[in-house]
Write a protein that binds this ligand. Structure first.
Ligand SMILES: *Cc1c(COP(=O)(O)O)cnc(C)c1O
Length: 459
């Protein structure tokens, strides 16, 4: 282990130094991948020296997500306090399904869940789990909703005609999950969004009423806290009233921005969160924990047991169910995704997490003001969002993003809303500062100027 650790330390050191000089890894087209890197596996292993050389190649050519060049997705940065926990989870290699197999690590996950439930404003009936991702956390929310609606699917299979409601701007996992759960993609009602990208509550209520008249059982309303493209927040408080009236489970998909829960300044964006049935968010997005760390919280924890518990004598041999997390989980073997969140939270406190979230909004404000005050930019996003959506001159977003990628200049993506396509800059990395954000724009502008011939049709 000693050699491996020192190899690891050296390699990480080299990578971090290189990242400063080369924030974007040299572009490697997928059709050249296997010719460029030795990824092949063979009967015999390779010697140490060969391995180290090709492993370094692989690491150095891999997309860099912790640098000043990465704005592509809803994660980014490298928080060393959280990385420590993740590395140790790998070294310890526990499975979180039982107390016997994970010991005090169970307490680590339980403390995180309990604390978060307190911040939501829930009492001791509440609970939760760490799922394998935001999509899967949404799936668990949907399954609890389905099972609690008296559809008897768990024992008898699908018989009822069920419906799910979500905004047209919500994440694609909602439809996918409807297909897994026996509800069916066609029974997902995509409710139109208003001009700011938020679900229209009037249309939601109309849709529920119409479905009930037509003999459907509405099982779930999925509200989004931070839509994937615009970062819009559905009006949870108003939606919760409709759900109560019609007795429908309300899940909030906060994968992207649900972490505003921990910010006194921005928590108002999820006003009414205490009235929902389940709430999920990705600590690997706004909270900067390494992938994946997806939290699912439930107002009444008994639903977790009702939907996910199964007897298994060969597994659950000791301790109370409360400490055997496999009983409230979709999977059997369960990675310790809690420790990295805990090592971060323990060291910086809730105040530190709050600062991270607030910082992201400050960086977003810098970016928003930059594009708003510059006539070369057209702005498509709105206040209270860390997704800054814009176009530069009249260059098609997808062309500019692709060229920036192919020239190893910047990683940023594009999205669309109401037939307009635009670049989406996400100020997700709290290690960035104002200058890094301004530098993004300077780099983009310099790139367009330098490669003017590529953009002739548009500039
Ligand atoms: C990222 C995201 C998801 C999916 O989370 P994964 O962890 O990538 O599965 C779901 N919903 C929203 C709104 C997201 O932004």
């Amino acid at each position: 282990m000693h050699d491996t650790l020192s190899h690891f330390n050296t390699l990480v050191q080299e990578l971090i130094e290189d990242e400063v000089v080369n924030p974007v890894a040299q572009h490697l087209p997928s059709d050249e991948l296997f010719d460029t890197l030795d990824l092949d596996l063979s009967e015999d292993g390779v010697d140490n020296q060969t391995f180290r050389a090709l492993f370094k190649d692989l690491v150095f050519r891999t997309t860099r997500t912790a640098t000043k060049g990465f704005f592509n997705q809803l994660f980014g940065g490298r928080n060393e306090k959280a990385v420590l926990g993740d590395l140790m989870a790998t070294v310890l290699n526990n499975s979180m399904y039982t107390y016997k197999a994970a010991g005090p690590m169970i307490g680590v996950e339980k403390v995180i869940v309990e604390k978060l439930c307190n911040y939501v404003g829930w009492d001791r009936e509440s609970g939760g789990t760490i799922a394998t991702g935001g999509s899967l956390a949404n799936f668990m929310g949907l399954l609890m909703a389905r099972d609690s609606a008296g559809t008897k699917i768990q024992t008898q299979g699908v018989r009822a005609k069920m419906t799910v409601y979500t905004s047209a701007e919500s994440h694609y996992s909602v439809s996918k999950n409807a297909s897994f759960s026996g509800i069916g993609r066609e029974n997902v009602r995509k409710i139109k969004a208003d001009d700011l990208g938020r679900m229209r509550v009037d249309l939601l209520e109309e849709a529920i009423k119409e479905d009930v008249e037509n003999g459907f059982t509405p099982v779930l309303v999925n509200a989004t806290a931070g839509t994937t493209v615009l970062g819009a927040f559905d009006p949870i408080d108003a939606i919760s009233k409709i759900c109560k009236q019609h007795d429908v489970w309300l899940h909030v998909d906060g994968a992207y921005c649900g972490s505003v829960l921990l910010s006194k300044t921005h928590k108002h964006l999820i006003n009414g969160i205490e009235h929902v049935d389940s709430f999920s968010f990705n600590a690997h997005k706004m909270l900067n924990v390494p992938l994946t760390c997806s939290i699912l919280l439930v107002k009444n924890a008994s639903h977790l047991h009702q939907s996910f518990s199964n007897e298994a004598e060969y597994l659950y041999q000791t301790d109370h169910d409360e400490f055997n997390l496999g009983k409230t989980s979709l999977q059997c073997g369960k990675r310790n995704d809690a420790l990295k969140f805990w090592t971060l939270w323990k060291q910086v406190g809730t105040n530190g997490l709050e600062k991270q979230v607030d910082k992201q909004f400050e960086l977003a404000d810098t970016a928003f003001r930059y594009v708003s005050n510059n006539p070369d930019y057209t702005v498509y996003s709105f206040k209270n969002s860390i997704s800054i959506c814009f176009n530069y001159k009249s260059i098609p977003a997808r062309q500019l993003c692709t060229l920036l990628y192919e020239h190893s200049t910047l990683l940023v993506g594009y999205g669309s809303f109401r037939d307009e396509e635009f670049i989406r800059l996400v100020t997700m990395n709290p290690q960035h500062n104002t200058d890094d954000i301004l530098n993004f724009f300077r780099t983009l502008e310099a790139f367009v100027e330098e490669h003017a011939s590529l953009f002739e049709a548009s500039v």
